[in-house]
Design a binder for this molecule. Structure first.
Ligand code: SAM
Ligand code: SF4
Length: 463
């Protein structure tokens, strides 16, 4: 596969056994300086399984996340617009051979309704997700662009979606330009596995069977001017240590070529999916401890990136991962097109996979507050053109933290006034009060001014 030197990674993995534990502290000291880590250093950390050493890695990851982004955790919801697909990825319920899946492509009215359901709960950021197929007789980019317009057009009592990110199959440069023109934030595309042989085995047919076209799509997005991109591995397809190192090699390639690393990294693990035996018999299952370790190591290795944790994972594990480097989480997700109209269980027969955390947005906001995190509905960076290299300049030294914290507090105050349950209102106000006291005088003054506007009905305020 392009940009990935499998021999080099395998050699690093073979060398791990010789690791001198004494060097761990040196590596962690470097990581605490927000300098990131080399492939070799990452290989060393991934080799650790001693619980005491793991705790050291976890606490360093927590430190680094706080240095870069402070206590804020960004919230979003996925919106699946269709589940038709011409690919046959063995792990996915949407694969073309799955005859038992109920197929559906939302039209613009349905997309607006689904968005309004999310707006009514307080969501402000959406990840639009799609299978790869021609639907409703339209070419795919036309369908995406009109779907994005419907999301932005949705309105619940004056509340609008601030930012749509997109996870869809690879496009050509001209198509990416249209996606950018539609006002997207981040374009997300997971390589799934960086191990070439495994890639071919699990993607037997369809356009997705070409791994180079997929990895090159990230370059094409950059070339088209989309400078916030998200990458990821679908963990469970191959050895997690290999995948993590290979993903970092991809990060290094992007940094060298575009001077911009990934805006986000996602770490989905294969979940059971309707009508796919493969998803119930994962070839390389990894334990929760291994999963926590790789998340923490990613935070140390790519300190500036947003690490996304979806509702694939259980509520308890997601809560734990908040202290290990995760900076963005989804909430109240449904993985079927139209899924937000169903009540109750997550096992509907149009879903891509079954989710592990079914808490409501309000319950998740409450948990975040109780743990001392600031739930954030902020999208200020996109509005202020703090994207790509401009964002990296602020994120790498941790300067972005000041803006993130203020904006998170503002969006929390707006959420409290408009959507929160009485319990969230109580502890949310207390958190705002406590954290405001820790601000310097200038920031405290600025925040008070913005809060006054918000009290008087202004919304969507940011710095
Ligand atoms: N169809 C596009 C593609 O494959 O790039 C984008 C959307 S796909 C619905 C989003 C992601 O879901 C995939 O990239 C894959 O990593 C993940 N996924 C697929 N099946 C899964 C499963 N059974 N459990 C967890 N994640 C899964
Ligand atoms: Fe289609 Fe994406 Fe599912 Fe593969 S992962 S079958 S490309 S929706």
């Amino acid at each position: 596969m392009k940009h990935i030197d499998e021999n080099k990674i395998n050699n690093l993995l073979a060398d791990m056994a010789k690791f001198d534990r004494g060097r761990l502290d040196i590596i962690l000291d470097k990581a605490r300086l927000l300098k990131g880590l080399s492939l070799e250093e990452v290989a060393r950390l991934l080799a650790i399984d001693d619980p005491d050493y793991l705790q050291k890695i976890f606490s360093a990851a927590n430190f680094v996340k706080e240095q870069i982004y402070g206590q804020r955790v960004v919230l979003f919801a996925p919106l699946y617009i269709n589940n038709f697909c011409s690919n046959n990825c063995l792990y996915c319920a949407f694969r073309s051979d799955n005859r038992s899946l109920q197929r559906k492509a939302l039209n613009t009215i349905e997309i607006k309704q689904q968005t309004e359901w999310l707006l009514e709960r307080g969501h402000k950021r959406i990840l639009m997700v799609s299978g790869e197929a021609v639907v409703q007789g339209k070419n795919k980019i036309d369908y995406y662009v009109e779907s994005i317009a419907s999301i932005y057009a949705a309105d619940f009592k004056g509340n609008r979606i601030k930012r749509v990110n997109v996870n869809c199959a690879p496009l050509e440069v001209a198509e990416f330009k249209r996606l950018k023109g539609a006002g997207i934030g981040t374009y997300q595309l997971f390589q799934e596995t960086y191990h070439e042989k495994t890639y071919s085995q699990v993607h037997p047919s369809g356009a997705k069977s070409d791994p180079d076209n997929r990895i090159d799509a990230i370059d094409r997005a950059f070339i088209a001017g989309i400078d916030d991109i998200g990458i990821g591995v679908l963990y469970g397809l191959y050895n997690y240590k290999f995948e993590t190192l290979a993903m970092l090699a991809h990060v290094q390639y992007l940094e060298a070529k575009f001077k911009v690393g990934p805006h986000t990294i996602s770490v989905p693990r294969i979940e059971p999916a309707f009508g796919t035996d493969f998803s119930q018999n994962i070839p390389y299952p990894l334990s929760d401890t291994e999963f926590k370790k790789l998340v923490a190591v990613l935070r140390l290795a790519v300190p500036y990136t947003g690490i996304i944790m979806s509702t694939r994972e259980s509520a308890a594990l997601r809560d734990e991962l908040l202290s290990l480097g995760v900076s963005q989480i989804s909430a109240e997700s449904r993985t079927s097109p139209g899924g937000y109209s169903f009540s109750g269980d997550n096992k509907d027969s149009a879903a891509q996979f079954f989710t592990g955390d079914q808490r409501s947005l309000d319950e998740i906001v409450l948990t975040l507050i109780e743990k001392g995190f600031i739930p954030s509905f902020c999208a200020a960076c996109y509005r202020k053109e703090r994207t790509g290299e401009a964002f990296m300049k602020l994120a790498k030294p941790g300067t972005i933290k000041g803006k993130c914290s203020l904006n998170a507090l503002v969006t929390l105050r707006e959420y409290i006034i408009d959507f929160a349950s009485p319990k969230v209102k109580g502890c949310g106000e207390k958190l705002i009060e406590d954290l405001s006291r820790e601000l310097n005088l200038d920031d405290r003054g600025l925040l008070q001014d913005i809060f006054e506007h918000v009290e008087n009905g202004a919304r969507d305020e940011f710095v």
